[in-house]
Design a binder for this molecule. Structure first.
Ligand code: PLP
Length: 403
């Protein structure tokens, strides 16, 4: 019988957030078990609502959302993004530098597909948000991971970045605020990245989808504000701050030295044209989202839901013998470390054992391309009681777990 296998292009593509452990979680659920799923930053299952004003605008305009629209995005939606960039002091983008996509995910794929030739290298943080590594691989490029240093609050290690640049390096990805570590980079770090990019002629891809989610007064600084001489592509969207991941709506904006990239920009336009247009209904929500009252802020202040859940996660995890964790200053995650007492050599087996025994689903550090089997990610989106229950189960499990 003729059989069909997946393409070799997918051979080295890894996306464990929705990978093999999820299959096991589904199998257990089908057997009637209640699994606490902390594998993905999905807001809706944990009771977070998209602001009503956004839904209202989408519903009101639904009739006008039936046809294909502009492949780069509808004018009012892109104009709203433009105004938002200007309020952040980013004055150098025009309407034509803004692209709306079906989530940041799609735009990541488009930017990598449009840029990379076979074996071109892209510097990606380690740990990463694994779609970046997957997208580079799928586009025929080679992901090269630079270390983020837990000892310095998970900041990018600038010396490591330098040491990994070759003649084939095309760009560098930064994720700020960071998934999975929760780090928020200060100006010095961003300047360090920009200096390297300027010196080596690299494009900076700044995934800033958590830009509005910071705690304890941590300040998000847009990468594109750092150095106008380099080309920076910034990404943001409705999924996180606006709790609307299912609307599949994100955008990117091009800043700085665009003259050097006329050919690349032509490629980006070709790729956006090829998929006709982004989700039309969601685009009607962008203007309402970006203007006026920002309800996310209430969730981030002391006493706010996300702030409280972050504190619970950090506090409970650090009380578990053998675990340590850097306090996240942004985003929705923390990335605890397991010490050597657990003797973990295979962290996928660790999360599978945890899932089977305690019905708790976490993602192992190597799922974020971390090079040691000694970390995992916690999503702190669940309500207090569920989160406490989840971390209690983790503590019970680790009390006598050894590999
Ligand atoms: N970038 C980062 C760093 C993320 O954490 C996520 C989702 O978790 C995405 C991109 C995907 O965003 P979107 O829902 O807009 O595709």
């Amino acid at each position: 019988m003729k059989t069909f296998t997946k393409s070799v292009k997918l051979d080295n593509v890894c996306y464990d957030i929705r990978g093999p452990v999820l299959d096991e979680a589904k199998r257990l659920e089908e057997q009637g078990f209640n699994i606490i799923k902390l594998n993905i930053g999905n807001t809706a299952p944990f009771g977070f609502q998209t602001p009503e004003s956004i839904i209202h605008d989408i519903v009101l305009n639904m009739k006008d959302a039936q046809g294909y629209g502009d492949s780069q995005g509808q004018f009012p939606a892109r104009n709203a993004v433009l105004m938002d960039l200007q309020t952040k002091g980013l004055m150098d983008a025009g309407i034509d530098d803004i692209y709306i996509g079906n989530g940041v995910s799609e735009l990541i794929m488009i930017t990598m597909m449009g840029l990379l030739n076979l074996n071109d290298e892209m510097l990606i943080p380690m740990p990463d948000y694994p779609l970046w590594t997957a997208a580079v691989t799928l586009a025929g490029g080679s992901p090269v991971h630079y270390r983020c240093d837990e000892q310095s609050g998970w900041n990018p290690d600038l010396a490591d970045i330098r040491s990994k640049i070759s003649g084939k390096t095309k760009g560098i990805v930064i994720i700020n605020p960071n998934n999975p570590t929760g780090a928020v980079y200060d100006r010095e770090i961003l300047e360090g990245v920009a200096e390297i990019a300027a010196e080596k002629g690299l494009i900076v891809f700044a995934d800033e989808i958590y830009s509005r989610i910071t705690y304890d007064g941590a300040k998000y600084i847009p990468m594109a504000s750092i150095n106008p001489d380099i080309l920076t592509i910034s990404f943001d969207g409705l999924s996180k701050a606006y709790r609307a991941p299912g609307l599949r709506c994100g955008w990117m904006s091009l800043h700085g030295n665009k003259k050097c990239a006329a050919g690349y920009i032509e490629g980006l336009k070709m790729l956006t044209n090829m998929r006709l247009c982004a989700n039309m209904p969601a685009q009607f929500g962008i203007q309402t989202a970006l203007g006026g009252y920002q309800s996310i802020n209430d969730l981030l202040l002391p006493g706010g839901r996300l702030h409280e859940q972050r504190d619970i996660a950090v506090d409970m995890v650090s009380r578990i013998p053998g675990l340590s964790v850097t306090v996240p200053k942004g985003a929705l995650y923390c990335f605890p470390k397991m010490d050597s007492r657990f003797n973990i050599t295979d962290d996928e087996r660790f999360v599978l054992d945890l899932l089977r025994e305690k019905h708790l689903f976490l993602v192992q550090g190597t799922g974020f391309n971390w090079d040691m089997p000694d970390h995992f990610r916690i999503v702190f989106l669940p309500e207090k009681e569920t989160l406490k229950e989840a971390i209690k189960r983790l503590g019970e499990f680790l009390a006598d777990y050894r590999q």
